[in-house]
Design a protein around this ligand. Structure first.
Ligand SMILES: Nc1nc2c(ncn2[C@@H]2O[C@H](COP(=O)(O)OP(=O)(O)OP(=O)(O)O)[C@@H](O)[C@H]2O)c(=O)[nH]1
Ligand SMILES: [Mg+2]
Length: 265
């Protein structure tokens, strides 16, 4: 089965564009699928749009009455996915602002089936790119990704900040079992959770790959919800928590690894 996760905040205009494309790709894939979305206290018509879609799609809607941010929304979506998925299933998470085209999903899914635990849709892989991104934003995004590459090196990865990814369900289940509520710990720090997920998965031994993807920023209708100052602060906090020599995430994971490995046989 494929479980598709959609965080949604004020996406009334984009959802009706995205969902038919998503269905077409998933139907072609020929596997059972479920879509789980979290309406995170949207103030537009997202709730009504999703309500209508429940009739037309295999869709489950989680609801936050108030806006809790992407960290808490991701936590709830991934915990739900871990609950309903079996170990051989694939979880795909994409934005629902219509900048992540579902046509890139089959490649991500097939790479998971080849043996990777996390496959990232990458603008920086050969054949990837972005349309409609202004030079300033492109520059900032490049710098942020370089920063992440330096402080959180993961072999084979150039794209750290794109949330469009496929995960082996088993890897998510393992990370949640290991970290519990701290799988996504930096909840109030904007989009830091997107990087945190990668880092936590790396610490539990996940294997990573990228597949080329073209970001369609030219199709974006909704306002951006990214608050760059909070997210930058989040990256700094996370760098300290990861590298802290006395019980930081990396040191703690090294200490736990032998115990975990022997428990796993
Ligand atoms: N649930 C929830 N979803 C959010 C929140 N902020 C953003 N999202 C969703 O998370 C996804 C990513 O948000 P975007 O605003 O597209 O962020 P981005 O792609 O990093 O940057 P931009 O495209 O420039 O905005 C979208 O599907 C949003 O609807 C939030 O506070 N809560
Ligand atoms: Mg987006």
């Amino acid at each position: 089965m494929i479980v598709v996760l959609l965080p949604a905040y004020n996406e009334e205009a984009s959802l009706p564009r995205l969902m038919p494309k998503l269905r077409e790709v998933l139907d072609r894939q020929g596997e059972p699928y479920r879509i789980v979305t979290c309406n995170d206290g949207s103030r537009d018509g997202t709730r009504e749009v999703l309500q209508q879609m429940i009739e037309q799609y295999p869709l489950e809607v989680l609801t936050h009455k108030i806006n809790r941010g992407l960290g808490e929304t991701s936590r709830d979506l991934f915990e739900r996915a871990a609950e309903i998925a079996s170990t051989g299933d694939v979880i795909v998470r994409l934005d629902c602002d219509d900048t992540h085209e579902p046509e890139f999903m089959p490649r991500l899914i097939s790479k998971v089936r080849e043996g990777y635990d996390v496959v990232i849709a990458s603008r920086f892989a050969p054949g990837g790119g972005q349309l409609g991104v202004g030079p300033y934003r492109a520059f900032i995004s490049r710098c942020a990704n370089l920063f992440m590459k330096v402080f959180f090196p993961i072999e084979g990865l150039r794209e750290y900040s794109c949330g469009f990814r496929a995960y082996r369900a088993e890897a998510i289940q393992k990370a949640i079992a290991c970290y519990g509520n701290n799988f996504i710990q930096l909840k109030g720090l904007g989009f830091t959770c997107t990087l945190e997920k990668l880092v936590k998965l790396k610490l539990v031994g996940a294997r990573f790959a990228e597949a080329p993807f073209v970001l369609r920023y030219d199709q974006k209708l909704s306002d951006s919800k990214m608050v760059s100052s909070i997210t930058t602060l989040g990256y700094i906090v996370m760098t300290i928590m990861y590298h802290w020599p006395w019980g930081g995430w990396r040191t703690a994971a090294r200490r736990q690894a032998p115990a975990r490995d022997s428990a796993g046989g």
